[in-house]
Design a binder for this molecule. Structure first.
Ligand code: PAF
Length: 280
């Protein structure tokens, strides 16, 4: 496994890989890797000959009062996980490489990015689409893997790639959960044992709503009300949003379309903001 920190090294790698007829798979990350990332890297390795992982905590996607400074960083452990998962190349750009002095170009997806996370974290998707577009131009992969855990990010990236004619296939990787049901997230590291117990009300709620749909409930309003009620029962949780949306457009649905309705939740557990979702 090799590490690189320049744009030219990555673009040369893309040219050489494609010249030999091999395919390039890409997993963008912000580091603090967990089993969920490992599963995304393994998925990329089943679909592409050469796998690139990027590790870059992207300042552009954090708001002024968010956790950029305390976001967990663990480079040595991350490199070990990448190696074990089957990555061949790691791109470790510096902040100056991606955002040199005078940097002034940003990408805004204006529809899929608007609701949910877009409402509660106004800077977030502008930062994500900008850095993902830059990384796709640098790595030039045939396919890029994004976690279903960040369902709106996945939908926004798909829309941007389609709108900007970026020649890459976007692959969704399933959410990896711990034994207690909590979706793996680098931010879980912030939770105390008691907060973690409280946070588990999120996956329990998703399961319960899914079972209501499996039993025939189709009214989105009824399901959102039940999910909100179940979450509000857990005193350590403050709900930010609960919504049932189309998984591609993020537009609210009134009636469940089994297999094509996404229940999305965001909540504070004390100072930690978690999101989760399930397809209904
Ligand atoms: O999901 C993430 O870790 C980040 O949003 C991403 C896609 C690596 C962009 O910084």
């Amino acid at each position: 496994m090799q590490t690189h920190d320049t744009v030219s090294a990555m673009q040369l790698l893309a040219r050489e890989t494609h010249a030999t007829g091999q395919t390039l798979g890409f997993v963008p990350t912000m580091g603090a890797l967990h089993q969920g990332h490992v599963d995304l890297i393994r998925l990329a390795a089943t679909k592409a000959d050469v796998v690139v992982v990027s590790i870059f905590v992207n300042p552009a996607q954090f708001g002024p009062n968010e956790d950029f400074d305390r976001y967990p960083r663990a480079l040595e452990a991350d490199l070990e996980k990448c190696r074990e998962a089957g990555a061949h190349h790691i791109f470790l750009p510096s902040r100056e490489t991606l955002y040199p002095k005078g940097y002034s170009t940003y990408i805004n997806e204006e529809s899929v990015a608007a609701p949910l996370e877009g409402e509660s974290r106004p800077a977030f998707f502008r930062g994500v689409t900008t850095v993902v577009a830059k990384l796709l131009n640098i790595v030039q992969p045939d396919l890029a893997v994004f976690g279903q855990k960040d369902a709106q990010q996945l939908a926004v990236v798909r829309k941007m790639v389609a709108d900007l004619h970026i020649p890459v296939e976007i692959v969704a990787g399933p959410t990896t959960r711990d034994a207690d049901g909590l979706a793996l997230s680098s931010r879980n590291a912030y939770l105390t044992a008691s907060e973690r117990e409280g946070a588990c009300a999120i996956p329990r709620t998703l399961e319960k709503i899914k079972s209501m749909v499996d039993q025939g409930e189709r009214r989105a309003e009824r399901l959102v009300a039940e999910a909100t009620h179940l979450l509000a029962d857990e005193r350590r949780i403050r709900v930010i949003y609960v919504a049932i949306v189309d998984p591609a457009t993020m537009k609210k649905q009134l009636t469940i379309e089994p297999g094509n309705s996404l229940l999305a939740v965001a909540a504070w557990i004390d100072q930690t903001r978690l999101i989760d979702n399930t397809l209904l």
